[in-house]
Design a protein around this ligand. Structure first.
Ligand code: ATP
Length: 250
C-alpha cells in the first residue's frame, strides 16, 4: 500500500486498517477478522474516532477490577494480536494478567503463529497453545470453547477484546467477571459483559495501562467502590446516545 498521507481525513483509521491487513498477510488474521474489523470501523466512525467520556469511565472501572482480580487473563484473538501486541504485553505486566490465545477460526498453526508474535513483542508466557493443558467450556459451540486449564478456565476476571457473544455469555455463566472492548454497544458481548469499553482497542489499551498505573496505589476498598459504582447498562445507553448525537449533527 502507498504511504498514508497525514492530511487524509481518515489517516489514523487507514493506519489501523493497514495493521490488520499486514496481520492478514502474516497469517495472524483470517478473512472473517477483516470483515469484523470493518464492522468495528463503521462503529468507530459513528463515535467520531475518539475515546468518549463513557469509555473513559469504563476503562477506569476495568483497571480497578483487574487490580482486584486474583487470576486475571487477557484473551487474545488474531485481530487483537495484529493491532496491539505490545500493549497486550504491557497490560499483562502491569496487572499480572496471563495472556491466552483463543480463536474462533482456530488452527494449531495460527495459534502458534500468534503466540510467537506475542513473544516477539515481549510476552514471556502465552497460554492456549499447549494441548496438554487444553480443556473445554460448556455451552460454546465454536472452536472458542477450547481454553487453557491454567488460564481462562481458572480465571476470575477475563478481558475479551473483539469477542463473540456466545462465549461472553458462557464465561458469565461460569461465574467469571468479563471486561469487553467492543465498538458496537449493541452487540451481545457488550450487553453480557460486566464492563464494556466502547472504544477502539487501539485507543483503549494504552489508556487502560495508564489507568492501572494510576490506580495501583489505591486500597482494595477504594478499588471495589470504583467497580461497584460502575453501571454497565447505563454506560452502554450513554455510549449509544453519543453515537445518536453524531447522527443528529449530520
Ligand atoms: P456479538 O456476537 O457479540 O453480537 P458480533 O457478531 O458483531 O457480536 P463479531 O463478528 O465477532 O461479533 O465482531 C467483532 C466485534 O468487534 C464487532 O462488534 C466490532 O464492532 C468489534 N470490533 C472490531 N474491530 C474493533 C476494534 N479495533 N476495536 C474494538 N472493537 C472492534
Amino acid at each position: 500500500m502507498d504511504e498514508i498521507s497525514p492530511q487524509h481525513p481518515r489517516a489514523e483509521s487507514l493506519r489501523i486498517r493497514k495493521r490488520i491487513v499486514d496481520g492478514f498477510k502474516l497469517g495472524l488474521v483470517v478473512g472473517e477478522g477483516l470483515a469484523a474489523h470493518g464492522r468495528g470501523e463503521a462503529f468507530d466512525y459513528f463515535l467520531g474516532e475518539r475515546t468518549t467520556r463513557e469509555a473513559r469511565k469504563a476503562i477506569k472501572a476495568a483497571a480497578a477490577l483487574l487490580l482486584l482480580a486474583e487470576n486475571p487473563v487477557i484473551s487474545v484473538n488474531g485481530n487483537a494480536a495484529a493491532l496491539v501486541p505490545e500493549e497486550i504485553v504491557e497490560l499483562s505486566r502491569a496487572t499480572g494478567a496471563r495472556i491466552e490465545v483463543n480463536l474462533f477460526h482456530g488452527s494449531r498453526r495460527r495459534e502458534r503463529l500468534i503466540a510467537r508474535w506475542l513473544r516477539k513483542h515481549g510476552a514471556r508466557e502465552v497460554l492456549g497453545v499447549d494441548p496438554r493443558f487444553s480443556t473445554r467450556i460448556p455451552e460454546v459451540h465454536s472452536n472458542r470453547r477450547k481454553v487453557d486449564r491454567r488460564g481462562i478456565a481458572a480465571a476470575d476476571v477475563v478481558v475479551v477484546p473483539l469477542e463473540d457473544g456466545d462465549r461472553t455469555e458462557a464465561l458469565k455463566k461460569m461465574g467469571k467477571r468479563v471486561i469487553a472492548i467492543d465498538l458496537n454497544p449493541m452487540s451481545r458481548t457488550a450487553r453480557a459483559a460486566d464492563i464494556t469499553i466502547v472504544d477502539n482497542i487501539v485507543r483503549a489499551l494504552p489508556l487502560m495501562i495508564d489507568a492501572v498505573r494510576g490506580l495501583s496505589r489505591k486500597s482494595r476498598t477504594e478499588l471495589r467502590k470504583i467497580v461497584e459504582d460502575f453501571d454497565n447498562g447505563a454506560n452502554l445507553a450513554a455510549a449509544l446516545k453519543a453515537m445518536r448525537q453524531r447522527f443528529k449533527q449530520g
